[in-house]
Structure formats: structure tokens, C-alpha cells
Write a protein that binds this ligand. Structure first.
Ligand code: SDX
Length: 430
């Protein structure tokens, strides 16, 4: 901690607040003693201006549209790495060498199967169940087979739980999809790489050999990397909150999945494609009319896939995905009419004063759904794909939180606005 401080004037007193500086980004005012010594708390709805931790995992410069993981740019990682390589970097802090990557990949490959009893778990859901509900439920369900590995204070148990979660998530996701379409579950194959295995379980059938297109597999690798981590976003902060009570990694990740499902967060990618489909299907819904609705404060409609709590410039992931969307659609020979609508919406919004004044740019969810659909995934699986991508980021943050000696159980305060204390009124006098 530096010996710099800021001075707050309150109640006729000068209060010195120590300043905490990291390696990059905004410094922080340490308010840790404010309530105990001066009886005052701070107010910050949504913690938009409050650091809940130090972290060395991801850095975002919202004004510059910069995103790095452990110091490496997202563009370099998406171009040169596999998803499991980036997962290793997030969890252990360094890019793996060949031996480390082989060991990591093999360890994950050996844990892709689900315990056979779990199959009946899928039978309990209606076919119409949203796969995000199955994903978070199944994450808690599989934890019951590994109770010996729940202790957050046992580093080997934590690493084994991380391996099991990363290994089994594609199997759970693929089986949730197969359940929804009434097809038999396809078991993982150990001679396939991580993403190929997932595509095989998603789109393969027991009656024929499914060849995985390497172009599609490469595209999905990139998409998972672009979703791998993103600082203290809503779902990652949720994983940290739940983990701060010493809840096990499975329970903490399941909570993060439920936070991600919200339409303002990871659920936005499904909302974007449904919005674009509505525009494509409704002759009265034009780009202009949709922008007008998005700007109308009396209309709850928002331009999904636009805006961001941190980026007040182009989300670098959206920039990469925009270029990628065209490439994938061309190669997948998938002509999706909504791509043109998306580009028209983006162009119109980026010229519209309402969006310009509020620094509203496309975010990671604006183009991802178009690519996911081109790869053959149905819209209800888009947030599941986001969750598979974000899983190593959640685990890395949970691990960093558990290992941080400054970690305390999360317990925010409030400004009470209810009735003052008052005498009880017996029922017969109310
Ligand atoms: C993700 O945090 C992360 O890092 C998240 C994420 C990750 O990787 O984990 O990047 C992934 O969640 C991306 C965001 C996906 N969500 C959406 O695309 C949903 C649509 N976007 C919004 O709802 C909104 O932009 C948020 C929730 C993303 C951000 O909200 P903020 O920063 O709290 O902004 P705000 O709600 O305070 O809005 C500021 C102004 C308001 O207008 P005024 O009150 O000033 O008149 O901008 C307007 C808002 O009405 N606004 C929008 C808008 N987003 C904000 N108006 C129309 N359409 C939009 N999309």
C-alpha cells in the first residue's frame, strides 16, 4: 500500500483515506475504516465505482477498448491459443509450456464423463426446460459425487474440482441439448480435442460417425476464448460473493451461472438474436423503429447487445466477432439475413446522438449469437456457450479470492429508508 492518501471532509473532520494503486488502471480510495471510525458508509448502486478486490487476472480499459488476461491482449490469445491454453493461463497465471499443456489437456480429457446416475437427473426435466436451468442444477448435482473435494482450503482438491468442472461442462451442456430435442445422449470420445468433443456430443448420433469440421472447431475455440473472463462482471462478482462464505467451488460456479442467465448479462446473446429475428420477420419493425423504441424512456425495450457498464468505446471482443461473423458465415455457407440487419443497426446506432452521447457501442453479445447460430447452435444454447467460455474465468477469480489473505465474507451495508422504530399494534387494534 502506498503512503498516498486523499482527505475527505465530514462532520467538521478531515478524514484521510489511503490510496491503493495497482499496476494499471484507476487507483482506489481505501474506505475500510470509514464506518468503524466515522460512522458513515458509501453508496454505490451496482458497485459501478467500487473495487471489491485486488486482482491480477484481467485488465479492461473501457475508454480505450482494451482487454488483457494476465497481461496478454485478447486479440493475441484468440489468434494464437486454444481455449484450454487460455484456461490454464487464467487459473495459473502463465501460458503453459508444451509439457504443462499436454498434462492439463490430458487431465481434463480423463474427466469428461458424468457419473452414470446423473443421466436420470436429466430425465427429471421437461423437454422444454431452458438449458441454463439444467446447467446450474447439474453443476450442483455433480458436486454430490465429489464431496471429498469441496474444501476451499485444500489446493489439490480445488485444482481437481476445477479440472472436473471444465471437463464436464461440455458434456452437461450437450446432454441438456440432446434432452431438449429427444435424441440419445452422445458420450465423449478421448481421441477428440476439447472443442471437437463438445461439437461431437452436441451434433453426433450413435448411429453414424460424425466428422467435426476443423473450421467450426477453430471458430468455437475463438468464441470460448473471447468469453473466458472479464474482470468483476455480475456473474464473476457473484461467484466471489458466494465463495467468500467458504461455499465450495461447484456451488459458487452454479450461482455465477444463474447471474449470467439474466438478459442484461450473458442472456443478452439470446435476446439479440431474438430481437434481430423479430425485425427480420416483422415488416413494420425497421432499424429506425427499433432505434426509436430503444431511445424511448417510456418503452422498456433496449437495443440488446449494445452498451456496457465498463466499455465506453468499442468492446474489443465485439470488434473481433464482427470480423469473425462474416468469415464464419462465408465458410459455413450460412447466409443469415440478420447479419445485414445487425450491421445496419450498428451503423445507425453509432451515428445516432442518443447512443453516441451515452457511449453505447456493440458489446460481446451483439455478434456472438449470429456466429453461434451459423455454427449450428439454437438460440437457447447461446448463454450456455457463454457459461462454458466464462467457466475458467469464474474458477480463476474464485481461486484468487480464496488465496487472498485480505478476503472477508461479502457483507455490503445499506441506507435504511424504512419506518423508524415503533410500538407493536395487537391484531384486534389494527
Ligand atoms: C455482458 O460487465 C461485464 O463485463 C459484462 C460482460 C462480460 O463479459 O461479463 O461484458 C457481458 O453482460 C455484456 C452486456 C450485455 N447486455 C446487453 O447487451 C443488454 C443491453 N444493454 C444494457 O442493458 C446496458 O447497456 C448494460 C446493462 C449492459 C449496462 O448498463 P449501464 O452501464 O448500467 O448503463 P445504464 O443502464 O446506466 O444506461 C445509461 C444510459 C441510460 O439512459 P439515460 O438514463 O442516460 O437516459 O444508456 C441507456 C440507458 O437507458 N442505455 C441504453 C442501452 N444501454 C444503456 N439504451 C438503449 N439500449 C441499450 N442497450
Amino acid at each position: 500500500m502506498s503512503d498516498e492518501s486523499a482527505t475527505l471532509k465530514y462532520n467538521g473532520q478531515d478524514i484521510d483515506l489511503p490510496i491503493e494503486r495497482g499496476t494499471m488502471g484507476a487507483p482506489g480510495l481505501d474506505i475500510g475504516a470509514l464506518r468503524s471510525q466515522h460512522g458513515v458508509v458509501t453508496v454505490d448502486y451496482g458497485f459501478a465505482n467500487t473495487a471489491n478486490t485486488e486482482s491480477g487476472i484481467t485488465f479492461i480499459d473501457g475508454n480505450e477498448g482494451l482487454l488483457t488476461h494476465r497481461g496478454y491482449s485478447i486479440a493475441d490469445l484468440a489468434t494464437h491459443c486454444t481455449f484450454l491454453e487460455v484456461s490454464y493461463l487464467l487459473l495459473f497465471g502463465e501460458l503453459p509450456n508444451t509439457e504443462q499443456l499436454d498434462k492439463w489437456t490430458t487431465n481434463i480429457k480423463m474427466h469428461t464423463l458424468l457419473n452414470e446416475e446423473i443421466k436420470r437427473f436429466f430425465d427429471a426435466f421437461p423437454r422444454s426446460a431452458h438449458p441454463m436451468a439444467i446447467l446450474s442444477s447439474a453443476t450442483n448435482a455433480i458436486s454430490t459425487f465429489y464431496e471429498a473435494y469441496h474444501s476451499p482450503s485444500d489446493p489439490e482438491a480445488v485444482e481437481q474440482s476445477a479440472v472436473r468442472l471444465i471437463a464436464k461442462m461440455p458434456t452437461i451442456a450437450a446432454w441438456a441439448y440432446k434432452k431438449s430435442i429427444g435424441q440419445p445422449y452422445v458420450y465423449p470420445k478421448n481421441d477428440l480435442e476439447y472443442v471437437e468433443n463438445f461439437l461431437y456430443m452436441m451434433f453426433g448420433l450413435p448411429v453414424e460417425e460424425k466428422k467435426i469440421d476443423p473450421v467450426i472447431a477453430r471458430a468455437l475455440n475463438v468464441l470460448l476464448i473471447l468469453h473466458a473472463d472479464h474482470g468483476q462482471n455480475c456473474s464473476t462478482a457473484t461467484v466471489r460473493f458466494v465463495g467468500s462464505s467458504q461455499a465450495n467451488l461447484f456451488a459458487s460456479v452454479a450461482a455465477g451461472m444463474n447471474a449470467l442467465w439474466g438478459p442484461l448479462h450473458g442472456g443478452a446473446n439470446q435476446e439479440v438474436i431474438e430481437m434481430l429475428d423479430r425485425i427480420a420477420a416483422d415488416p413494420d419493425a425497421t432499424v429506425e423503429s427499433m432505434l426509436a423504441r430503444a431511445k424511448d424512456r417510456n418503452d422498456p425495450f433496449r437495443l440488446m447487445g449494445f452498451g456496457h457498464r465498463v466499455y465506453k468505446n468499442y468492446d474489443p471482443r465485439a470488434k473481433l466477432l464482427k470480423e469473425f461473423a462474416h468469415e464464419v458465415l462465408d465458410r459455413a455457407d450460412a447466409n443469415d439475413p440478420v447479419l445485414d440487419i445487425a450491421r445496419q443497426l450498428e451503423e445507425a446506432a453509432l451515428e445516432d446522438p442518443y447512443f453516441v452521447e451515452r457511449n453505447l457501442y456493440p458489446n460481446v453479445d451483439f455478434y456472438s449469437g449470429i456466429i453461434f447460430r451459423a455454427l449450428g447452435f439454437p438460440p437457447r444454447m447461446f448463454t450456455v456457450l457463454f457459461a462454458i467460455g466464462r467457466l475458467p474465468g469464474w474458477i480463476a477469480n474464485w481461486k484468487e479470492m480464496i488465496e487472498d489473505p485480505r478476503t472477508k465474507i461479502a457483507r455490503p451495508r445499506q441506507i435504511y429508508t424504512g419506518p423508524p422504530s415503533r410500538a407493536f399494534v395487537p391484531l384486534d387494534e389494527r
